[in-house]
Design a protein around this ligand. Structure first.
Ligand code: NDP
Length: 238
């Protein structure tokens, strides 16, 4: 059997597409998100689905320990879980900033903390962090979301340097707009409508499966090759 892959945020969108793509290549999977039913509904072989909030680092560790017992060590961790709560800095509820910082940044660090020591000890392993084009450039109404994704870029690159000599790889995947549930959690109808118009104006966005293929491409390189960053978006996206 191939190496165990852990994917956070696998109950919809990009994470679900990644689960299908890695499963099709024969990997056993540990899928983590708060909603367990949509992960089970993927009906993938050799797959454990556990309800975990990525804010809870201990819960991630416990879930991974259960999967390791069944499938062996973690070959890859994909920190994909994230939320995008758009808003204007003067009116947005700061509780939304806290939620985004916790899930998008602490969630990624919690995932890394759960696997990195073992990967270093075994001198192999790959961590793929899903950031965003909003982790490199800013967009209207995205201040706190951009802050979280700039942080994902920074921490990924920093930790990549830390563990390079241990042959552990860290990869940033930075998608442009993708058709998923992501926008649905923004509370301002006006901002949501504007975002939807923007997507329509560019003639559509990319599919979650395209991001999953990018993750597979990075993962399937020989361990001596680290694809540090993949940025991909609809051709017409600015
Ligand atoms: P979705 O909303 O479809 O998926 C988000 C996933 O994250 C869900 O599975 C959700 O599961 C999970 N999640 C959210 N909060 C938590 C939490 N506290 N604990 C565990 N899991 C959680 O959006 P996408 O597929 O688009 O998003 C995936 C990643 O891609 C995110 O990091 C996002 O920022 C990034 N991205 C998306 C882009 C897009 O345009 N769609 C563009 C660039 C980056 P559940 O609710 O069951 O917990």
């Amino acid at each position: 059997m191939k190496e165990l892959i852990v994917i956070t945020g696998a109950s919809s969108g990009i994470g679900a597409a990644m689960a299908k793509a890695f499963s099709a290549k024969g990997h056993p999977l540990l899928l983590l998100a708060r909603r367990v039913e949509p992960m089970q509904a993927l009906a993938l072989e050799n797959t454990l689905c556990i309800s975990v909030d990525v804010i809870d680092g201990e819960a991630i560790k416990d879930a991974i320990a259960t999967a390791v017992e069944q499938f062996g060590p973690v070959g890859g961790l994909i920190n994909n879980a994230g939320v995008m709560l758009l808003g204007q800095a003067d009116t947005q509820d700061p509780a939304e900033w806290t939620r985004m910082l916790n899930i998008n940044v602490m969630g990624v660090l919690n995932g890394i903390h759960a696997v990195l020591a073992d990967m270093k000890a075994r001198k192999t392993g790959t961590i793929i962090n899903v950031s965003s084009i909003a982790g490199r450039k800013t967009f209207p109404n995205h201040a706190a979301y951009c802050a979280t994704k700039f942080a994902v870029h920074a921490l990924t690159e920093n930790i990549r340097e830390e563990v390079a000599m241990d042959d552990v790889r860290l990869v940033t995947i930075a998608p442009g707009a993708v058709e998923t549930e992501l926008l649905s959690h923004t509370t301002s109808d006006e901002i949501k409508a504007g975002y939807a118009d923007w997507k329509e104006e560019m003639g559509g966005v990319i599919a979650p499966e395209t991001i999953a293929e990018a993750a597979l491409f990075a993962f399937e390189q020989p361990q001596s090759v680290c694809v540090r960053e993949i940025v991909l978006a609809a051709t017409r996206q600015q």
